[in-house]
Design a protein around this ligand. Structure first.
Ligand SMILES: [Zn+2]
Length: 666
């Protein structure tokens, strides 16, 4: 191969001139990097590059335009096929048959990249267009032309060639982890306090960690403060025992034992609140779960690691998550998280929470949710208004132009957008589906009950309409379809939240008052403070696994517990007046989601940046269009175009500061 590369390089330089040498050498190397034995011998390699190198600008333009157009068509039709296959399961169209589920699960685009390497179109791209590292995108990207960005996106589609068996191993590990998490329930009526009391009602089965956390949140609104405190403390103990794996194995997803989490004692249950029978051979003792949580996490790591050799520009899962997925360097993400965690606003907000609670903070108060504003209208009043206005999905569709005009779009733009949106009756709560090609339309799926739309449904529909408007602008009004979309989901969510935040005005009601806005901002700030620490744990754990690839589940457990404590001690202990808390290790996403957690705090920051820009601009319509027609460039570049600054925590912190001043005044 090396000899081949040398020989063909000389030949091509001779043919196209010295000026093409750099492109030729880069292209030959990029093809050779991904070439495998079963792609053919040296002669096949030489033939491919000889026939497909675009040695002049005109040939290159033709190639670029053809690939852009055909990839739009392929991608767009794949979206159409997928939407049709999922129609019965996504929409409110009567019973789902078993074969409907199979259709819904079938993804004809799953092997597209493999196919394009197989038929060698991927090699044609790699021969002619450059792969770029994240560093290049960030340092040079600002000076690139739009075409150069589009070329980077074209080549980037083929930046890795992961063998089918490796992808299979990853999805097997992901499925196993998902299953482990999905079946990890705690039967709450079977938790006993020191007096043997059951604090939680029968039949309550909470999934770790989401439902447990949400129960802590819900308990803040209980009238009896002693009850809420006892419940919240008990859940904290349960969570700690899950993290440290001192939880008795027999209590997991089992309603036939009673458990005192503090003493960690178990006994056969004296009450029966499930319709399942005692598992045969159940042995009731407190022997701990055998580090399964960490064995499962370790297996997701080992599977991910198998892809490393096939991903030359991002050779670890950590690099793939930050450099490719987020396109924000890990170091910058860490700095943004620390910016929030070490903000002087933290102790001020903490004191405010203590004042509102009338007691010192306890560790579970990282999930405090008492800043949630109470609306001026009851849910019932709102339901009535909405159901009268929107008895059917079609009634909502008819209103879209008016709603968009209220959001500041011109009548003409509103008409154009509305004509590109199809409204369908959703089976679930609602979602938005983009198009993928300009000849197709975007879909707004909304839930409408027999009695008409309710307020919750309307609130979601407005959010999804925000997605649809972004999807329309960022495909139909953009200069290159290779740049369609926004940098990542945090951006489209931020844009959808802008719409959603104005839902009351769209109903002709008063906007939330200054106090509600302030409470909402503090709620976001406290939530970001919590999840930023969790994200740091997730990141440190993945680094530890890469540093200790042969670790046992027990060693991973010990390391995770220590990491969770260290991060707690650095950023939370002085605020909560307690050391060595392990709660930051409880997130289920840390076990089954492959370093996904940093997306949450970044998402909050991005949402506030976009929100703040809308506030400054004083309106939504034209600003929304300007932002969303910039497309799929690096996030920092997108944000600079949108707001003048790269992605960061400043807007979130500024909003929290303003809100704090407002509430401290009262
Ligand atoms: Zn959304």
């Amino acid at each position: 191969m090396t000899a081949s590369v040398k020989q063909i390089s000389t030949e091509l330089v001779k043919k196209y001139g010295e000026g093409q040498r750099a492109r030729i050498e880069r292209g030959l190397k990029q093809v050779a990097d991904f070439w495998r034995n079963d792609d053919g011998d040296a002669a096949a390699y030489e033939e491919l590059v000889r026939n497909n190198f675009a040695g002049g600008q005109a040939a290159l333009d033709t190639m670029f335009n053809r690939f852009e157009r055909l990839l739009e068509v392929v991608g767009g039709h794949m979206v159409e096929i997928g939407r049709e296959l999922r129609q019965q399961s996504d929409l409110d169209l009567g019973p789902i048959q078993p074969y409907d589920e199979t259709f819904a699960g079938y993804d004809p685009s799953a092997h597209l990249t493999d196919d394009f390497f197989g038929n060698k179109l991927a090699f044609v791209v790699l021969l002619n267009f450059p792969l770029k590292t994240l560093d290049q995108k960030l340092t040079e990207g600002e000076k690139w032309t739009r075409r150069e960005w589009a070329e980077e996106r074209l080549a980037g589609r083929f930046s890795k060639r992961i063998p089918a068996e490796v992808n299979l191993a990853i999805s097997v590990a992901a499925a196993e982890a998902g299953q482990y998490i999905a079946e990890y329930n705690i039967w709450m009526h079977h938790l006993l306090d020191e007096k043997g009391n059951r604090l939680f009602p029968p039949n309550l089965r909470l999934l770790s960690h989401w439902n447990l956390r949400d129960e802590i949140k819900a308990d803040y609104s209980l009238k009896n403060k002693d009850t809420s405190l006892a419940k919240q403390r008990m859940i904290q103990t349960v969570m700690e025992r899950i993290v440290t794996q001192t939880i008795p194995d027999v209590v997991v997803n089992n309603p036939h034992v009673d458990w005192n989490p503090v003493m960690n004692s178990v006994e056969p249950s004296k009450v029966n609140d499930s319709d399942t029978s005692v598992p045969p051979g159940m042995v009731v003792n407190s022997s701990p779960e055998p580090d399964t949580r960490y064995r499962v996490l370790l297996s997701t790591f080992l599977a991910s690691k198998k892809a490393d050799p096939y991903s030359p520009t991002a050779p670890t899962l950590i690099a793939r998550r930050f450099d490719e997925g987020r396109e924000i360097p890990e170091e910058r993400v860490r700095a943004m998280l620390v910016h929030v965690l070490s903000s002087p606003l933290v102790p001020r907000v903490a004191r405010l929470i203590e004042k509102r609670l009338g007691r010192p903070l306890e560790p579970f108060d990282i999930w405090y949710n008492g800043f949630r504003p109470r609306g001026a209208y009851t849910e019932e009043q709102l339901d009535k208004i909405v159901s009268t206005k929107y008895p059917t999905p079609q009634a909502y569709w008819k209103e879209i132009p008016n709603l968009l005009v209220k959001l500041g779009f011109s009548a003409e733009k509103a008409r154009f957008l509305a004509d590109n949106i199809v409204v369908d009756p959703a089976r679930g709560s609602g979602h938005a589906l983009g198009a993928g090609m300009r000849s197709a339309k975007v879909h707004l799926r909304t839930r409408v009950e027999k009695t008409g739309m309710n307020y919750k449904g309307f609130n979601i529909a407005v959010h999804e309409m925000g997605h649809n408007v972004e999807q329309t602008f960022s495909l139909n009004e953009i200069d290159h379809t290779l740049l369609q979309g926004v940098p990542n989901t945090a951006f489209t969510e931020a844009l959808a939240f802008v719409f959603q935040g104005h839902d009351l005005e769209l109903l002709g009601l008063a906007a939330p008052d200054a106090k509600s806005t302030a409470l909402q901002a503090l709620n976001d700030f406290w939530g970001t403070y919590e999840i930023a620490g969790v994200a740091l744990v997730d990141m440190a754990v993945w680094h530890w696994m890469y540093d200790h690839p042969n670790a046992s589940p027990k060693e991973l457990k010990d390391a995770t517990v220590q990491i969770a404590k260290d991060i707690w001690n650095t950023y939370y202990a002085s605020v909560f007046k307690k050391k060595d808390v392990v709660l930051l290790g409880i997130y289920s996403h840390m076990i089954d989601s492959f370093l996904y957690l940093p997306d949450y705090p970044i998402g909050h920051m991005i949402a506030h940046q976009v929100e703040e820009q809308m506030r400054k601009a004083g309106g939504i319509g034209p600003e929304f269009e300007r932002m969303t027609t910039f497309g799929l460039v690096a996030p920092d570049l997108w944000m600079k175009n949108a707001t003048g600054s790269p992605v960061g925590a400043e807007a979130l912190l500024a909003a929290a500061e303003r809100s704090l001043q407002q509430l401290e005044k009262e």
